[in-house]
Write a protein that binds this ligand. Structure first.
Ligand SMILES: *[C@@H]1O[C@H](CO)[C@@H](O)[C@H](O)[C@H]1NC(C)=O
Ligand SMILES: *[C@@H]1O[C@H](CO)[C@@H](O)[C@H](O)[C@H]1NC(C)=O
Ligand SMILES: *[C@@H]1O[C@H](CO)[C@@H](O)[C@H](O)[C@H]1NC(C)=O
Ligand SMILES: *[C@@H]1O[C@H](CO)[C@@H](O)[C@H](O)[C@H]1NC(C)=O
Ligand SMILES: *[C@@H]1O[C@H](CO)[C@@H](O)[C@H](O)[C@H]1NC(C)=O
Ligand SMILES: *[C@@H]1O[C@H](CO)[C@@H](O)[C@H](O)[C@H]1NC(C)=O
Ligand SMILES: *[C@@H]1O[C@H](CO)[C@@H](O)[C@H](O)[C@H]1NC(C)=O
Ligand SMILES: *[C@@H]1O[C@H](CO)[C@@H](O)[C@H](O)[C@H]1NC(C)=O
Length: 531
């Protein structure tokens, strides 16, 4: 190990060249010691030694230079502090960033790159974004290492949080242990890459909160975020990466996201007038935010008074009604009937305006339309639900779930429609409800059974379309029959659709004759053979 000698020369040169650095650069010739600060070129960020809270430990960190309240945005040696003022941050012979404790003669932290041969002319520069970058040469070209790839508890604008599928590097935030102690805590906020990648806040590896995986153009962390005219969040999920990106359009506005050890994630903005950080949001906020509050296949509802109510998704019933009545809904919901949901007349019931369930057990197909999604989900008996994942609506993209549906919650406005697989009985129930009680079914197969039908081989029927909006079932049928208001079907189709006019499928008697529930799905107004 010849590091110490190298370091010694480094230190000597620092002494020779003067130590009170106020540039944005660290080179092999100029290291910084306790008391020195680097300032980014625009003056937004500073880097130097500090002690958090009541601690006397010394850490290398990065803070806002223009803000009176010292706000640490990054810590280099969070798990390995320097005792006293003997720390020096420099670049070693190989080109690595290194924090050296001159008293103990050991390295306490480093960029730790396995650089095969000594890299000449390495420099570290503190950028105005709050990123400390190690460049291979004196110019800004090859990035060897950057602090944005190793964040602590703070998300800064233009930082990417998430997974690089090529390198396998998953960048995430981890809380400090306490205000005085920046050691790696137990709360972290990351992209979970399983199933369809999604952000999750964890505490001790247990999920605490999940934002909507996707809300079209913007990530629905909270609705207000997307509406801000000066910053937005977006999620990029493609073959190369699955990342959260934040963009701030006005660089004179400071925004930071912070993960706290108590198990929350917060977004702050600096308000100059008040000279303080204002909390833009805190999550999880209400009970429904807490992951899986209503258990498997539950749906969490929170009213304007913050009253929480757990419901089961259509076709499901509380697993333990007793616990449920005691407001312990953690047991979740199980299927209501013994009916099979596999090639047994099952279908889907729409649950409108929800945060869709955990996508860890979901697959994503960006090429499928909602209709294609439906038939694919119907075909595969382990598919429990599907949803439109189209970002612009009217285009393509679908999510399909395989297994229990966890962490669904109602969102009024800004949610998505979830289509839950239900057995034939439940399907009939929902269709009947839509037709009989509210008289809002938009399309009903009315079969004319008359004396004439007995004689004539032709059976007339009409699809009556009620234009009024409202029923969820109706809306769904409405879409499928969009372009064909009054199709004429032949008798075999009708017989197939009604199971040969089975009385189980008879919904009631109308002016035209008996009305039957149709077991088949429609495509462009025509029944689709599901065999
Ligand atoms: C520092 O110590 C004082 C006195 O013990 C206490 O009141 C204060 O809350 C502590 N500050 C932090 C950040 O822990
Ligand atoms: C730090 O150094 C002081 C004086 O050298 C010593 O008394 C103290 O125990 C050290 N603290 C730690 C945590 O090593
Ligand atoms: C540096 O890397 C080595 C092996 O790659 C690892 O054992 C060591 O813990 C790393 N050190 C730091 C400070 O990350
Ligand atoms: C992923 O990492 C590789 C290797 O470090 C890098 O070349 C590539 O640019 C990264 N991809 C993205 C999308 O950032
Ligand atoms: C956020 O802003 C950037 C820059 O204007 C833009 O390219 C991007 O589409 C926006 N993202 C969202 C989700 O609105
Ligand atoms: C950026 O924000 C600052 C402070 O709020 C404001 O004074 C300035 O006009 C904004 N600039 C732009 C381009 O919006
Ligand atoms: C999706 O569609 C694009 C363009 O039509 C095509 O290139 C791509 O292969 C399709 N992907 C899948 C998974 O079918
Ligand atoms: C159903 O979907 C699951 C999950 O994607 C898959 O593993 C399984 O092979 C599919 N089954 C059929 C019959 O396509």
């Amino acid at each position: 190990m010849n590091l110490p000698r190298n370091l010694l020369s480094l230190i000597v040169s620092s002494v020779l060249f003067g130590v009170c650095v106020s540039t944005d650069l660290i080179t092999r010739e100029s290291s910084i010691g306790d008391g020195d600060v680097l300032i980014s070129s625009g003056g937004d960020f500073a880097l130097g030694f500090f002690s958090p809270g009541n601690s006397s430990n010394r850490y290398v960190g990065l803070w806002y230079n223009k803000i009176p309240e010292k706000t640490i945005a990054w810590v280099a040696n969070r798990d390995n502090p320097v005792n006293g003022t003997s720390g020096r941050l420099g670049i070693d012979k190989l080109g690595n960033l290194i924090l050296y404790d001159t008293k103990r003669s050991i390295s306490v932290w480093g960029s730790n790159l396995s650089l095969s041969s000594a890299v000449s002319d390495c420099i570290a520069r503190l950028l105005d974004s709050g990123n400390l970058v190690l460049f291979q040469d004196g110019k800004k070209s090859t990035v060897l290492w950057q602090s944005f790839d190793h964040p602590t508890d703070t998300l800064l604008p233009s930082m990417k949080l998430g997974l690089n599928r090529t390198s396998g590097l998953n960048i995430f935030l981890t809380s400090w242990k306490s205000q005085d102690d920046p050691r790696t805590g137990t709360t972290y906020f990351m992209i979970n890459p399983s199933g369809f990648p999604h952000l999750t806040l964890y505490k001790n590896q247990v999920p605490l909160w999940q934002p909507s995986p996707y809300n079209g153009v913007r990530l629905n962390v909270i609705p207000a975020i997307g509406q801000s005219s000066w910053f937005n969040f977006s999620i990029i999920i493609d073959a190369n990466e699955a990342v959260l990106l934040s963009n701030v359009f006005n660089s004179s506005i400071y925004v930071r996201g912070v993960v706290q050890e108590s198990g929350i994630v917060q977004l702050f903005t600096w308000v100059e007038k008040k000279s303080e950080w204002v909390t833009f949001f805190t999550k999880p906020e209400d009970q429904c935010d807490y992951y899986g509050h209503c258990g498997a296949n539950g749906n969490c509802h929170s009213d304007s008074m913050d009253q929480i109510e757990c419901n089961c998704l259509p076709g499901f019933t509380p697993k333990s009604p007793n616990d449920w009545s005691m407001r312990d809904s953690s047991g979740g919901c199980i299927r209501k009937n013994q009916e099979s949901v596999c090639r047994n007349g099952e279908g889907f019931v729409k649950v409108a305006d929800v945060k869709v369930p955990d996508t860890s057990v979901a697959s994503f197909d960006k090429n499928k339309t909602l209709r294609e999604c439906e038939s694919e989900c119907l075909r595969n008996c382990s598919c429990t639900a599907y949803a439109d994942a189209d970002f612009t609506r009217g285009g393509r993209g679908c999510l399909m779930w395989y297994g229990d549906l966890m962490d669904t919650r109602e969102i009024s406005g800004g949610g998505r429609d979830l289509y839950v697989r239900v057995d034939a009985l439940v399907l009939a129930e929902f269709q009947k409800k839509g037709f009989l009680s509210r008289k809002k079914v938009l399309a009903t197969l009315i079969v004319l059974v008359s004396a004439a039908a007995v004689i004539s081989p032709v059976v007339y029927f009409v699809l009556v379309k009620n234009k009024r909006k409202g029923s969820e079932v109706g809306k769904e049928l409405d879409r499928t029959t969009k372009d064909q208001e009054l199709p004429l079907l032949d008798i075999t189709t009708i017989k197939a659709a009604t199971d040969d006019f089975a009385s189980a499928n008879k919904l009631g008697q109308g002016g035209f004759g008996p009305v039957y529930k149709v077991r088949q799905y429609f495509r462009d107004g025509w029944p689709v053979d599901r065999k």
